[in-house]
Design a protein around this ligand. Structure first.
Ligand code: NAP
Length: 472
């Protein structure tokens, strides 16, 4: 596919292949964009931002509504593209497309609700007769830098709110998975987004990312990806506004009064979906020693039933990771844990990019598989002496995106909610749960700012205050 910039589909001087991670076959090729392409794209987007700024909220909402309808009509085509380039099984890709349509639909709704607030200025001393109100105005040009693991939905989470808020948008998709984003641009243009208000430049994140950070006409960068890249962007971006949706190693606490079947079901779903390559994947299972054996008995058969293989085959429940090197990395972290005394309850050797689902028990929480972001199909069980111990371990991390607890005791659930530092907290379900109506984002090194269209619109608009000096 070509990339889209300066109002045109553009070849670029060089191309790079997009490969199917299961068999290494080439799905398509895309251009290797350059910093000059970013500059050209932005020059056109400056006009696009002016167009979007004057477009009525009603019209912006209508465009996003049309895009929602078109995406639902083409759901299967998009799902096939996601599975081929990213490796997730078709059922998950279909769910991602459905979610993406929802994200655009909620963005369309929120486009009609962007409002400021009245400020009662005359309550200040000596301010009788003054009336204040705020206006929310678009940032102008928003750059959306997105990761590989939800190549459609995470683009919609940025483009939907950016357009809803009246911005122009520059997309830089992940090099492993640029096709879903390019197809989305086709669809958005068809839905009525002005050609000068959207661009999608493919190519190396390092090179294009620097050009984006250095480009003074871009006011806002919305980034989803890893902590090191997020930090690099923040350092370079200077006074641009930034939203950072970063990584995690989400803890799930299972207390001794928990419904273990429910916990096992939720962990099997939340630890292995998309081969564990989800920022809110359940990674660290912190459980009372007394029930750990029963929890593992409930979890093992569910995880063992996850058939691995070709993501396009209907029987497969767990497809390849995005790269074979990632499957090797996960295997090496598992080996390291086993060498250090952890018990491998389930697992096996990777074949190419396919990493068999793994469960480790009695994991030392200081090992990499617990401390760092695994981003792979394994969970690490650490046994805890008490709820105090579990909460301490849950917080003993630089991350803070999502956390969960399983308990039937309201008091203990509330202790978890108050004391565990994470942006999204779940009681009696795993960490991997999200809908678009909620504010979503991490604490600590897991990020800055929130997504979910209503909240992303706040981040993609700026606030002006107007003072009416009434009564002379
Ligand atoms: P990544 O390596 O950080 O890449 C993310 C994006 O940044 C890609 O488009 C990449 O381009 C680009 N990039 C790379 N270097 C850059 C630079 N120096 N400046 C600007 N952009 C640069 O992340 P990933 O491996 O694709 O995705 C996995 C990570 O995303 C995990 O850490 C996961 O937790 C996180 N994630 C977070 C959330 C959330 O909502 N919090 C959601 C999903 C994923 P190239 O592909 O060309 O390198």
């Amino acid at each position: 596919m070509d990339m889209f910039l300066a109002g045109q589909w553009t070849r670029g001087q060089r191309t790079q292949p997009v490969t199917n991670p299961y068999d290494g076959s080439t799905v398509d090729t895309v251009p290797v964009g350059t910093p000059d392409d970013v500059t050209r794209a932005v020059t056109t987007l400056v006009d696009g931002a002016a167009t979007m700024r004057t477009m009525s909220a009603h019209d912006r909402s209508q465009i996003l509504r049309r895009a929602t309808v078109l995406l639902r009509e083409r759901a299967e085509e998009f799902a096939q593209t996601i599975s081929r380039e990213e490796g997730k099984v078709l059922a998950e890709s279909r769910a991602e497309v459905a979610r993406s349509a929802e994200t655009l639909e909620v963005s369309a709704e929120e486009a009609r609700r962007i409002a400021g607030e009245m400020v009662p200025l005359d309550a200040a001393p000596g301010a009788a007769g003054k009336l204040g109100f705020t206006l929310r105005v678009p940032c102008g040009i928003v750059a959306a830098i997105t990761p590989f693991n939800f190549p459609l939905n995470l683009v919609c989470h940025k483009v939907g709110p950016a357009l809803a808020a009246g911005n122009a948008v520059l997309i830089k998709p992940a090099s492993d998975t640029p096709l879903s984003a390019l197809k989305l641009v086709h669809l958005l243009l068809e839905a009525g987004v002005p050609e000068n208000a959207i661009a999608c430049v493919t190519g190396s994140g390092g090179e294009l990312g620097q050009a984006i950070c250095d480009e003074p006409r871009i006011r806002k960068i919305s980034f989803t990806g890893s902590v090191p890249v997020g930090e690099a962007i923040c350092h370079r971006a200077g006074l641009k506004r930034v939203t950072m949706e970063l990584g995690s190693n989400a803890p799930v606490i299972v207390l001794d009064d928990a419904d273990l079947d429910l916990a096992a079901k939720a962990i099997a779903g939340g630890g292995y979906a998309n081969a564990g390559q989800v920022c809110i994947s359940a990674q660290r299972i912190l459980t009372a020693d007394r029930i750990a054996g029963d929890l593992l008995d409930a979890l093992r058969p569910r995880v063992a039933a996850l058939v691995t293989g070709d993501q396009l085959s209907p029987e497969t429940k767990l497809g390849p990771m995005v790269r074979a090197a990632d499957a090797m990395r996960v295997a090496s972290w598992i080996d390291e844990a086993v060498q250090s005394g952890a018990e491998l309850v389930l697992g096996g050797k990777p074949q190419g990019a396919v990493c068999p689902p793994a469960i480790l028990d009695r994991v030392d929480p200081n090992l990499r598989i617990s401390r760092e972001e695994l981003f792979g199909p394994a969970v690490a069980v650490t046994r805890c002496a008490s709820i105090d111990d579990a909460i301490r371990l849950a917080n003993d991390t630089t991350f803070g995106l999502a956390a969960a607890v399983f308990t039937r005791d309201l008091e203990r659930a509330f202790r978890f909610v108050r004391e565990v530092d994470a942006g999204n907290l779940h009681v009696n379900w795993s960490t991997q749960w999200r809908v678009d109506l909620m504010p979503y984002g991490g604490l600590k090194q897991s990020g800055l700012g929130k997504e979910g269209p209503k909240y992303a619109i706040r981040e993609m608009t700026e606030e002006k205050l107007v003072v009416l000096h009434l009564g002379g």
